[in-house]
Design a protein around this ligand. Structure first.
Ligand code: ATP
Length: 219
């Protein structure tokens, strides 16, 4: 088998910004992905509810990715009205895309070190590869000792290079050095609430949408 993997980037995207978009663009290139599906979370099990509705968050993702044909909005999680677990989303994608299609779950190093807290986390490896972005100079290898023993065991057994990802449907862990832009959705929401500028932190189309719909303003 040698089929380009499909990447999956979940997030609250409240709102989507250039940090997410650069992460996706770099992973597309470095992991030689066919496509990246942006999957906004509906009701996230691990954190506070997003500030704006699923419809607004999906609309902003759609505007942000409009000019990159390899990026696709997948709004399956926001159409559900129950908490969404990644493992269930991956099961659905696996059923739709077939048993042999390589799938790559994309995440940052901090998220990976907390993987053992995810629902049915060991099943994730039966469904997808995990591709971890780390800041150059802050390798996962140096930080993995802070993870649980089980997670360390998976890490050492499954670590592979990016070229392996297209040869297996799931089960590998690949690390990619990706500079992290110092942009967060929390900071963007705070700036909007304080009437401060958000230009150059996210695409203009998304900034215009936020202003037109009066999002992130205190009521
Ligand atoms: P918040 O500030 O509301 O917590 P966020 O900006 O961190 O949000 P999320 O939607 O929670 O955005 O992130 C989705 C994914 O994007 C996560 O895997 C996260 O690690 C990654 N990510 C977020 N911001 C950046 C960034 N600046 N550079 C690289 N990756 C990022």
């Amino acid at each position: 088998m040698n089929s380009k993997p499909v990447g999956i980037l979940g997030g609250t995207f409240d709102p989507i910004h250039y940090g997410h978009l650069r992460l996706a663009e770099e992973m597309l290139e470095l992991a030689n992905l066919r496509q990246i599906r942006f999957i906004p979370t509906g009701i996230p099990p691990h954190r506070d509810a997003p500030q704006v509705s699923a419809q607004h968050r999906s609309a902003m993702v759609q505007l942000a990715i409009a000019d990159q044909p390899a990026f696709v909005l997948d709004d399956r999680e926001v159409r559900r009205d129950t908490p969404c677990y990644t493992v269930n989303t991956l099961r659905e994608l696996r059923a739709e895309l077939g048993a042999t299609q390589p799938l790559c779950l994309l995440m940052g190093g901090d998220a990976f070190l907390q993987l053992h807290t995810w629902h049915e986390w060991e099943q994730l490896f039966e469904l997808a590869h995990i591709v971890v972005g780390y800041r150059p100079g802050f390798t996962l290898e140096e930080r993995i000792h802070s993870a649980t023993e089980e997670l360390q065991r998976h890490y050492h057994a499954r670590l592979c290079t990016a070229d392996i990802l297209s040869q297996q449907p799931c089960g590998g862990i690949a690390e990619l050095a990706i500079p992290k832009l110092e942009i967060s959705a929390t900071d963007i929401r705070r700036r909007v609430a304080e009437n401060r500028t958000i230009r150059y932190l996210l695409p203009n189309a998304v900034a215009n949408y936020i202003h037109q719909h009066h999002l992130y303003k205190p009521c």
